[in-house]
Structure formats: C-alpha cells, structure tokens
Design a protein around this ligand. Structure first.
Ligand code: MG
Length: 458
C-alpha cells in the first residue's frame, strides 16, 4: 500500500489508517535518520532532529512513530510539541539541528496527515537528497544503532517565543501598536492560533480570534480560499475590524480579508509584504512561475528584479538564498523573509502587512486598489505523463509568439497576460494558471489550451 503514498521532495502525505500508519512513519523516520547519518559521516557529536506537529488528532501517533524511527538509528530528537511549520523551520536553525520534521498535511482535509522533512538550513531536501531518502524508505536498509547509541528525546517549548522575537525584529512594533488595529484571526483550529494571538497582542492589536483552539477539528475546509473563509469575512464586517487574517492548519499560508469583509485573494499576501519591504530597502524578489504579475508590477515600481523559479517552497527559498533576496514567496499566501527563516510564514506576512498599513495610513482595500488587479484563473485537468508532454509540445507551437520559460512545464508570457501549464508532481493532472488584464482575455487563453487538450486527449 505504501506505493500509493504521495512522496515528494518535501516529504510524504497519505490517509491515516489507510496508507499512512505508525509502521510507515517509523520507517520514514529511520530512512531520514539514516540519510542524515550518511550526510554527516565523520561528525563526532550525535545528530539531532527537532520535530513538531499541527493540531490533527493523528499527529501524536505519527510524531511518536517518527521519533522512534529516528532514535532507532541513533539520532536524538527534540520535541517541539504542537507548533507551526515555520516554527519548526526556525527552530532547526536556532537549535543547530541537522534536520527537522513537521507532522502536517497542511491544507488537506482532516483524514490526511503528512511528514514534512527539513534539512539543517530549514529548507526541504534538494531533489537528489529526497530521492536518497525515498530509496532508503523503500529498501528498508536502515543504519540501526545498538542499545547504548540509540537516540534520546528531549522537549523544548521555546518555539513561539523564538518565532515571535524574530518577526518583531523586522517591523516597527511601536508604529504598529500605535494604530491599535482591530483584527479578526481565523486559525481553523490548527497550530497557528496560540502563537499568532500572542504576536498580534505584542503588536498592540485588538484581536477577535475565531477557530483558535488547536483541537485539530477544523471549523471549515482548511484551505484558506474565498469559499472556505466566509465566516472570517462575516466576522470582519460584524466586528467592524480593519483586517482579517486566515491561516491554514500549519500556518505557513496567509489569506487576507479587507475592512469591508471582502476576501482579497491569497495572491495579495506576498504582494503586500513585498510592497512594504521594497518601500524600505532595495534588493531582489523571488517567486514561482505561477505567481501573479502584480509582484512584477510592485517590484518594477521600486526598481527591483524578480527571480522566477519552479513551483515549490524549496525552489523559492533556494533562489532567495542564492540571490540574497529581501522578500519572496508564493501566490498561495506563502510569504518568506530570510531574516526570520527560509520558510513560508503567515506570522511574518501578518506583521509586514500591518506595518504597511501603519506607515501608509491606508486601509487594505485602498492598498489593493493602488496595486491594481488582474483576472486570474487556476484550474487542473486529468492528463498522464505522455499526454502532458504532448500537450506541452502542442502549446509551444500554438503559442510560438510568446516569451517562453521551460523551468517548470511551460510558462508563456504575452503582452496582455500569461499562462503557466505544468504537470503536477503528485497526481496525474496538469495545472493551468492564467492571468490577464481581464476575464475575456484570460478566457481566450483558457480556450486555446482546451482546444490543445481536446486534440491530444480527445
Ligand atoms: Mg500549509
């Protein structure tokens, strides 16, 4: 059954009690530990890995199983408890661990859970390393330790404090606190509620928190989309709040609701954060090929270069480290500021947006109007590997006049918009992202891709 598990560079994801069980998690822990031992061969001190989990009920079982797998191969484990994914990314570096593990299925529904791996730099393993871990997991050739050398377990409760201190360093706490913003926070009963309420308190906000208990019983479908955040929109209106923040269960994604109770879309999270940063400092910006042109628009206004990468947090974080970018992230609400850590972090997104509101004196809807918008469509359709290749080949012919980027599938840039067509890493589907100045133009590109799809698939 383990073949059905989704294993990518950032870890594994499956259905608890079906293809994701305690024994799968033990083996995955041992595979990760075996990989780390090989990577750090010759190092005298014992290796350590920190581990945290989101609020899902299955998290305790999976955390214990991964911990056992790591200890069995002689790796010490630091248990961080129920914390956010960015929290673990920050603690890996803070504690000087050789790796980190987050037990989370992010925005997937409650029946799912997952095991996300981080290396000592706080970033997911590169493709080659991920391949070695996966091979070790399936081959089951683990470097077991003898009894005296088994790993030991300790706990650490500092994640919230360390995370908050790092985020507060990148904003003007006094300036934000002076505004006494009224904020509604929806943490979907995931891992984000506790630490986010604390930082909003530190920033002098009047916080109305909904779904803030880490029960793991999600109050609504957990992906922070418009459809799922209706309750947050209502609460912002009812409370006459100035802004609403929605998080996913592991709090790496951030969605924003304006002062009128309107969901502005996750694409704006990184754009608003970039607008704040670029207003203060000069440097490069990094994002993936599927993220809105609004980011280029904001960067252009500040004379900044945008580095585009393949889709995936590790690719964006890697490019940020390589190009020393001052801000980056993904259009799914993932904001990355390297001063805090090379991970998507809703907390730093929240702080930067509040900072922008404080220093501009503008409301969220005014800031959004100022940036201007595009029409964006994100869809997917079934296509196997060979169909996906044929579709990409045809698209290259049909859109021969466009500027083409083949870093990850094909991205075609036109004067009035762009489209990104790529095969998914996790399922036999192709994803199509189209952005244009208006809906009619976007539909023109969507229809052209539909025609190609019909010709290839029938
Ligand atoms: Mg997430």
């Amino acid at each position: 059954m383990a073949e059905d598990l989704i294993i990518t560079i950032s870890g594994m994801r499956g259905i608890v009690g079906d293809n994701l069980t305690d024994s799968v998690a033990v083996d995955y822990g041992s595979a990760f530990g075996t990989y780390l031992k090989k990577k750090h061969a010759g190092k005298k001190e014992k290796l350590s890995v920190c581990i945290g989990r989101d609020s899902r009920a299955s998290g305790a079982m999976l955390k214990a199983a991964v911990t056992a797998g790591l200890c069995a191969v002689g790796v010490d484990v630091v248990d961080l408890g129920v914390v956010t994914t960015p929290g673990v990314g920050i603690m890996v570096r803070e504690l000087g661990c050789s790796g980190g593990v987050v037990i989370t299925a992010s925005h997937n529904p409650i029946q799912y859970n997952g095991i996300k791996l981080l290396l000592g730099n706080g970033v997911a393993p590169p493709v080659e390393a991920a391949g070695q871990i996966k091979k070790c997991f399936f081959d089951k050739k683990f470097a077991f330790a003898d009894s005296p050398h088994c790993g030991q377990v300790s706990s650490n409760e500092e994640t919230d404090a360390v995370h908050i201190a790092k985020v507060l360093k990148v904003v003007d706490k006094k300036a934000i606190a002076g505004k006494k913003f009224k904020v509604v926070l929806d943490s979907v009963n995931g891992a984000g509620g506790r630490v986010t309420k604390k930082i909003l308190g530190e920033l002098g906000c009047n916080v109305v928190a909904i779904n803030d208990r880490p029960t793991g019983i999600f109050a609504h479908r957990p992906e922070p989309t418009a459809k799922n955040l209706k309750g947050l929109c209502e609460a912002v209106k009812k409370e006459s709040a100035e802004i609403g923040f929605g998080q996913d269960p592991d709090a790496d994604r951030l969605a924003i609701v304006d002062e009128k109770g309107g969901y502005i879309g996750e694409e704006y999270s990184v754009v608003l954060a970039a607008k704040q940063i670029l207003g203060q400092r000069s440097g490069k910006v990094a994002t993936n090929l599927s993220t809105s042109r609004m980011l280029d628009h904001v960067a252009k206004g500040a004379g900044a270069e945008v580095v585009r990468t393949a889709v995936g947090e590790a690719n964006v974080a890697g490019a940020m480290l390589e190009h020393n970018c001052i801000i980056g992230g993904e259009g799914n609400g993932g904001v990355i500021d390297l001063r805090v850590g090379p991970v998507r972090d809703s907390l730093v997104g929240i702080a930067l947006v509040l900072q922008l509101m404080a220093e501009s004196g503008k409301t969220v809807s005014q800031l959004v109007d100022e940036i201007g918008g595009y029409y964006m469509s994100k869809t997917k359709f079934v296509a196997d590997e060979s169909q996906a290749l044929q579709i990409l080949d045809s698209a290259k012919k049909v859109f021969a006049d466009a500027k083409l980027d083949t870093t990850d599938g094909c991205r075609f840039d036109f004067d009035d918009g762009w489209l990104h067509l790529r095969a998914s890493n996790t399922e036999p589907v192709m994803r199509l992202i189209v952005e244009a100045s208006d809906k009619i133009t976007a539909n023109k590109y969507i229809d052209a891709v539909s025609n190609i799809r019909r010709e290839v698939i029938g």
